[in-house]
Write a protein that binds this ligand. Structure first.
Ligand SMILES: Nc1ncnc2c1ncn2[C@@H]1O[C@H](COP(=O)(O)OP(=O)(O)O)[C@@H](O)[C@H]1O
Ligand SMILES: [Mg+2]
Length: 318
């Protein structure tokens, strides 16, 4: 099976050459795996592994073993993806060995040139993966490149378990900045704590207002909402720009009594709508219009109580 890389970045050309697993015997396999990890662990699908160190990324059959790049596990993480910083090897060297600037040895932190994402999702078919990529394109169309971390989504032929499987990956722009945690937003003061400047706070509020408006347009015109609920999904940059970095869990909105759960069993649709209302109410200081169909449906006390109970169970089972 061959899948063409959708990325144009040559350094990351995805290759589908024959896997080492096809050509060696079982005994040789166990010898090969007398490394840092047990054989069991090596054969576990990367999507099921709780932790995948950056040092192992280049050993994956679909990654080129480039000397100029280093993959480093990102210090923040979520439930649906493995996230890595893609760094220039020379920048990592400067970070660890330092460089002399104005007579002083400095250790500048290497800034990622890209973020590399391996999605844990399993897709039923190639069509299902393409549908996922289409949803990303939809998000891009509605939010535009200023409000999301742009990503080049691509499929790879993952052969680490001995058989060919499609895995969705992404090479994304790196967004520096603190997380905008919707559950800790208490008005403008929260923005001031992050940005320390009135003009930047005003700029951030303008961006948040545009973000809310565009998400509302996406909901009205497509019936889909991105995942605004996950911790770390929204980042506020030091220049007051708001970016949605989690661009993969885009779910359908249904105006009925069922509380839809995403692939992880989380009520992300309901919670994302709650986050949208928090941005409007707590950050932009708007009154939530209760004649608004979306909010009236999703934010009724009875429904919010049901969502809370599902969330509680979700976190208990984590
Ligand atoms: N492009 C990016 N730039 C900066 N941080 C990112 C980027 N992509 C993801 N992150 C951070 O990595 C963590 C996990 O990312 P996320 O996209 O939410 O993954 P998941 O799909 O597992 O929920 C989050 O804290 C997020 O802020
Ligand atoms: Mg997330």
């Amino acid at each position: 099976m061959k899948f063409k890389s959708l990325t144009r970045d040559r350094k990351f050309t995805v290759f589908t050459g024959s896997s080492v697993f096809d050509t060696i015997s079982k005994d040789q396999k166990s010898l090969l795996f007398l490394g840092t990890e047990s054989p069991m662990n090596q054969l576990t699908d990367i999507r099921d592994r709780a932790h995948l160190p950056g040092s192992e990324v280049k050993k994956l059959n679909f990654i080129k073993d480039s000397k100029t790049l280093v993959f480093r596990k990102y210090y923040r993480s979520g439930l649906r993806s493995h996230i890595f910083e893609v760094l220039l090897a020379e920048a990592v060297l400067k970070e660890t060995q330092g460089e002399i600037i104005d007579g002083i040895r400095m250790f500048p932190r290497a800034r990622p040139v890209k973020m590399f994402r391996i999605l844990r999702n399993r897709f039923e078919s190639k069509t299902a993966v393409f549908r996922e990529i289409e949803k990303y394109n939809l998000l891009l169309k509605f939010l535009g490149k200023n409000l999301i971390a742009l990503s080049e989504e691509f499929l790879v032929d993952y052969r680490g378990t001995g058989k060919s499987q499609i895995v969705l990956c992404g090479l994304q722009e790196y967004v520096a900045g603190p997380i905008l945690d919707p559950w800790r937003l208490f008005g403008e003061a929260s923005l001031m704590d992050i940005l320390h400047s009135h003009s930047l706070v005003e700029h951030a509020k303008k961006n948040i207002a545009i973000f809310v408006k565009k998400i509302r347009q996406m909901i009205d015109q497509t019936g889909y909402i991105p995942d605004l609920a996950g911790i770390g999904n929204l980042i506020l940059t030091c220049t007051g720009d708001l970016k949605l970095v989690d661009i993969n869990n885009i779910v359908e909105i249904k105006l009925d009594d069922t509380i839809l759960l995403d692939d992880k069993g989380y009520p992300s649709c309901d919670v994302s709508i709650a986050v949208l209302s928090i941005l409007e109410q707590n950050l932009l200081g708007r009154d939530i219009p209760m004649d608004d169909l979306l909010y009236r449906h999703f934010l009724s006390t009875e429904r919010k109580d049901r969502v809370k109970a599902i969330e509680k169970e979700f976190y208990t089972n984590l």
